[in-house]
Ligand binder design. Sequence first.
Ligand SMILES: [Mg+2]
Length: 250
Amino acid sequence: MPHNLLAQIENNIQKLTSQGLKSLVVFDLDSTLFDVSPRLERILMDFAQKEEFILKFPDQIAFFKNIKVLPTDWGIKAALGRAGLQEPFLDFQAEVTAFWQEHFFSNHYLQYDRPIDGAIEFVQSVAQAGADVAYLTGRDVARMGLGSEQILRKWGLPLNEKAQLNLKPHKSMDDAEFKTDWFVDVQNKSYQKIYFFENEPVILHRMAEKCPAVECIFLDSTHSGKAHPPENLPRLINFLKNRHPNHLKK
Ligand SMILES: [Mg+2]
């Protein structure tokens, strides 16, 4: 087993390409290619700047100077708790949660996301090696389509007929259903090999049931906590190669 999983994948793609065979590498966006913690933090900081909230929740807003969202946070609860806001302030929590949801799932704040280390270079290199690329995200077209496209271009990620962005047609769709249905469809397109990088265990478990031929790689960044991380998949914390070992196999 080669030491470096990412190098192994690149080599395999090169080999398939040289044999005239098609390969596909699929990437989730949030918490797979991008660290969303700067987006979360910016939304909370903007909440604390709004006059209506300063007037309504002066005691809670005072704690916002302590807020730091970590890459391992999922949602805002942990960051609020660390800042000293762990009490159940019901009105406040309802307002801050609504503000977070409205803005997290919107085009505007995507500009604050940061690529996971090595992510841009890895996507570029698999495209260079001849693989088709797909970005497969639970973001929906209406709220986040335009911003997602702009951000991919801003970071130099390939976006063309061989590298396509796939968003949910409607926000009400279930992420795991949407993604596995997409794979069921794409499996008919004569790919010799399909890889999928994803951080959400719920989706990876569903993939194992519905699309076992797809080789899944678990990004151990952060996730919903709705399912246990898959134990039988390769696990990455970033896309860096040739440095410290960045994955743990089984
Ligand atoms: Mg994700």
